[in-house]
Every structure is written in structure tokens, then in C-alpha cells.
Design a protein around this ligand. Structure first.
Ligand SMILES: [Zn+2]
Length: 132
């Protein structure tokens, strides 16, 4: 499990959301309330995850490590930038044609991310890396 999964938040969670998730989990798993060993082990895990994710600088380092780890098992067949995508005004999405004829799409509302992202084709097993 990665730290986000341990804290039960999304990778895009705000600091406030992360704090709330942490507090909820602490309430549930605090060793004082949970006398079984499993409880305190879980608590330590949550605490460790929170120490990294609550710190913007450490979170950034962790994010890039996680990205490397998660992308290492994927076959990246192409590396493109968002400029290579075509904007579809009607659908409000950006699309890029895959080798198989299907498309990689980016939702225009999902524009907030400033990180590199990996997209999977809707049809085949290919992935592309979209550099920011
Ligand atoms: Zn494809």
C-alpha cells in the first residue's frame, strides 16, 4: 500500500483533506483505544504516512518516487506533451490518437495537475507518458 492508500485519500487530496483523514484514522486506530497489537501497528503505519504526506516538500519527493515506481512496470510506448493533443470543444476534452486507432483522452476539467501523467489507451494495452 502506498501512503495515500494508508491514509485513504486520493493523490490530489488537499492538506486539509489529508489532515481530516488522518484524524479520523487516528481516532479509529489509536493504541490507547485499541489494545490489540494490530491496532498499534496500523497506527504506526498511519503516523509514518502522515509525517511524509503532510509536509509539502517531503510529499513532493514521495510523489515522484511513487510515480517512478508505478510507471516502471508499464510499457510506455510514446512520450508526448499536452501540445500534441487536439482539443475537442464539444466534448471539452483533449485527445491523442493511439496506434490502434483509439484515443487517449484528457478531461479538460482535470487541468489542475502540473505533474507528468500516464494515460492508458481505451482499447489496447498501450500507455503514453504526457509530459507537463
Ligand atoms: Zn490503443
Amino acid at each position: 500500500m502506498n501512503y495515500y492508500q494508508i491514509l485513504q485519500v486520493s493523490k490530489n487530496a488537499t492538506q486539509e483533506e489529508i489532515k481530516q483523514a488522518y484524524q479520523n484514522l487516528v481516532r479509529k486506530h489509536h493504541p490507547d483505544k485499541n489494545l490489540e497489537n494490530e491496532g498499534s501497528e496500523k497506527f504506526l503505519e498511519i503516523d509514518k504516512a502522515y509525517k511524509i504526506i503532510k509536509d509539502p516538500a517531503l510529499r513532493k519527493i514521495y510523489d515522484s518516487e511513487l510515480f517512478q515506481k508505478e510507471s516502471s512496470h508499464l510499457i510506455i510506448h510514446n512520450s508526448v506533451t499536452k501540445k500534441d493533443f487536439t482539443y475537442d470543444e464539444e466534448e471539452n476534452i483533449y485527445y491523442y490518437e493511439c496506434k490502434c486507432g483509439s484515443f487517449y483522452t484528457i478531461d479538460n476539467n482535470d487541468n489542475s495537475t502540473s505533474e507528468d501523467i500516464i494515460l492508458s489507451c481505451d482499447e489496447c494495452s498501450l500507455n503514453i507518458l504526457v509530459k507537463n
